[in-house]
Design a protein around this ligand. Sequence first.
Ligand code: 4AD
Length: 454
Amino acid sequence: VSRAISVRHYCKKTTRKLRISEALLGSELGANVKVQGWVRSVRPQKTNLFFHVNDGSCLQSLQIVAGSDLDELLTFGSAVEVTGILKKSPHQKQPVELEAEQIHIIGECNPVDFPFKIKERHSLEYIRQFPHLRCRTNAFSSLLRIRSEATTAIHSYFKKNGFVQIHTPIITSNDCEGAGELFQVEPSGPDYDENENFFSVPAFLSVSGQLHLEVMSGAFSGVYTFGPTFRAENSQSRRHLAEFYMVEAEVSFTQSIEDLTKVMEDMFRSSTEHVLAHCAEDVNLFHKHVTPGHRVSLKDNNLTWAVDILNRSSQEFAFPTDWGCDLQTEHEKYLVKHCGNIPVFVTDYPYDLKPFYARDNQDSPEHTAAAVDLLVPGVGELCGGSLREERLDLLRARAGLEDTYSWYLDLRRFGSVPHGGFGLGFERYLQCILGVDNIKDVIPFPRFSHSCLL
Ligand code: 4AD
């Protein structure tokens, strides 16, 4: 045992494997280290060859200094392993460089066929054509690091605030939103008899985990879920996907929309501050719409206020702006601009436009539901939420519930409490904080109508 320990100790001392982000910290100067990654630039000079290696751990690449006799295999995009001594770099931009002692080319990359060219700045539209290769670009790898950090930020917001995470099912028999944009799930394969119904009821990919969260809100005062959501929207728009990630929360013992908007605002602000603080370098590659200084508007904006603003505007809208019509993207974007390009809440939508679960504002002259949307710069609707109808008689009055949602009515029979919740489209959130125009550029593998690549 002691021999094994001493050998390991010896190896550790002689060559430490480092991620590039660790190497760049500069705390290992003089150490013999090994890094692995992909070549991002090659600059031959008279006596030396300089090249940069990136391993996805950060935006910056590590400069490697090597002898000039390297063969032609060291090209942009090739995978390498380099062992050498970490030294202080004479260049200001680059605090550390690696003086190579051994270079091993692990995977060659033919520069002629590789779709990305050295020193060229490719647009997000261009790199989108290569979903299997686009993570090799700086822009997309930054995006994926930001996405990962934003996921952590959202989970930690809920953890800090005492919410319990629930894994809501992906396969479900309910159509929460009632919009009919469902993907039906059927098994296939040689062992499956086409006439047999696997689940004995029609089953679909989930359009929202809300109803399952509502089940849990009968036992937990705060729950949330963060997972994939599916909508068969026949849309190629810049803000719709067939598979997207939704953050959904349900808050029990709440009777006011303000309680919900507070959670939405806090989550938005705390996640955004976290991302801006932890991914500053990556975020700087993008044009951001929202900075930590920006406050979410907390004005009590109801739909009547919104319709009034739209009707008084000189802008011509393609869709009607009458009370009772749904707000369209063009309206949402206008309202955000009108409020000074800050996130803004709009509450109290027509009751008839909202799904069965939305709470009836019975005393409202226009018959509204206690629903709220959060509209944000660059995107429009980011979150949709509502108080849920907890009164059994009012729920019953909504057609069809007795047959299909008897279990949902049960929730109101046994220890029911006033509650409400919301869903935030995670990709739209990223679009908003980074100013990315197309939703397909903020998800690793976009799925939309007529496109399911890879
Ligand atoms: O407004 P939605 O449909 O609300 C619900 O599904 C509620 N059941 C959520 C809840 O209260 N728990 O969707 C919520 C958000 C939207 O505001 C939007 O940001 C995003 O999900 N979203 C989409 N994002 C990308 N592609 C799509 N096709 C989307 N549909 C909705």
